[in-house]
Design a protein around this ligand. Structure first.
Ligand code: AMP
Length: 292
């Protein structure tokens, strides 16, 4: 166990699951409402915004840091994924988080691990699921189910940046009766609009500039809707045009129902998620906006 302090609030970093459970149990017994912020580390303002939201609505906040191997497909960036435990400990301490949980792969997936938690393909086989493969969201839901079971949070925090992930996790929690509220926190962006992401670290200077076309494309989709366009084909085309001008061939740009991810042809008053993914150099970036 290590610790870092600021203003008297100590951060404890633990990896052992039983140590985590004991610390959480102590606080729960004292009446604390427990909050969980699952992350893969390399903290930026997006993660910090989740931590702050958690600290506002829970008495005791656990931030988990686990680069989950099962949600990466072979050939994806598991090995290259940015890791900075020292920096993450310092940032979490600065925010005032009390417990950083850094489980080891062998603790969460011991020899003989043979179970998968899987949400229906109508939610997991579209958008990122269609492009990263079924194992991606199966990996996400399986690990998040384990995090929920190990921590037993009253409330857990996810970012709107990963809109599909939040929708899938909400459905899993509902369907499997996890006694946890799911809170979705707005996307935090750099000053030029680019959504913050640990993967932005992969961008060359040139691609970092081009990447501003992603939020601009989403803004164009919003403006198309605001100007009266009702067909999602037109709205998606407005976004595609911005990407084309920036020389970006997206993996996808799609408009789907913001709650159940079903296809939407016309705006009808229900919130619509316009989501996109694009590769720039070695970075696969995603972003989205909800049109109400
Ligand atoms: P990650 O470490 O990338 O797996 O992200 C951990 C959590 O932070 C997920 O719930 C993400 O959706 C959320 N997150 C990542 N980037 C942002 C951002 N720019 N704004 C808000 N939340 C974010």
């Amino acid at each position: 166990m290590s610790s870092a302090t600021r203003g008297g609030a100590a951060l404890r970093a633990v990896s052992d699951v039983s140590e985590l459970s004991e610390l959480v149990a102590e606080r729960r017994a004292a009446g604390a409402r427990i909050g969980l912020v699952p992350t893969m580390g390399a903290f930026h303002e997006g993660h910090i915004s989740l931590m702050r939201a958690a600290m506002e609505c829970a008495d005791f906040v656990v931030v988990s840091l686990f680069v989950n191997p099962t949600q990466f497909a072979p050939g994806e960036d598991l090995d290259a994924y940015p890791r900075d435990l020292e920096g993450d400990v310092a940032l979490a301490a600065e925010v005032g988080v009390e417990l950083l949980w850094t489980p080891a792969v062998a603790d969460l997936y011991p020899d003989g691990f043979a179970t998968t938690v899987s949400v229906d393909e109508s939610l997991t086989g579209v958008l990122c699921g269609a492009h990263r493969g079924a194992q991606h969201f199966n990996g996400v839901t399986t690990v998040v189910a384990k995090l929920f079971n190990c921590v037993g949070p009253d409330v857990a925090f996810f970012g709107q940046k990963d809109a599909q992930q939040a929708i899938v996790i909400k459905r899993m929690a509902r369907d499997l009766d996890f006694p946890v509220e799911i809170e979705v926190v707005p996307t935090v962006r750099d000053a030029d609009g680019l959504a913050m992401s640990s993967r932005n670290a992969y961008l060359s200077v040139e691609d970092r500039k081009r990447a501003t076309a992603l939020p601009k494309a989403l803004r164009a989709a919003e403006l198309a809707a605001e100007s009266g366009k009702r067909s999602t084909l037109d709205i998606v085309e407005a976004a595609r045009a911005v990407l084309r001008n920036a020389g970006i061939e997206p993996e996808y740009v799609e408009a789907r129902d913001a709650e159940n991810l079903s296809e939407v042809k016309e705006l009808s008053g229900r919130p619509v998620l316009v989501a996109l993914a694009a590769r720039l150099g070695g970075a696969r970036l995603i972003d989205n906006v909800v049109i109400n």
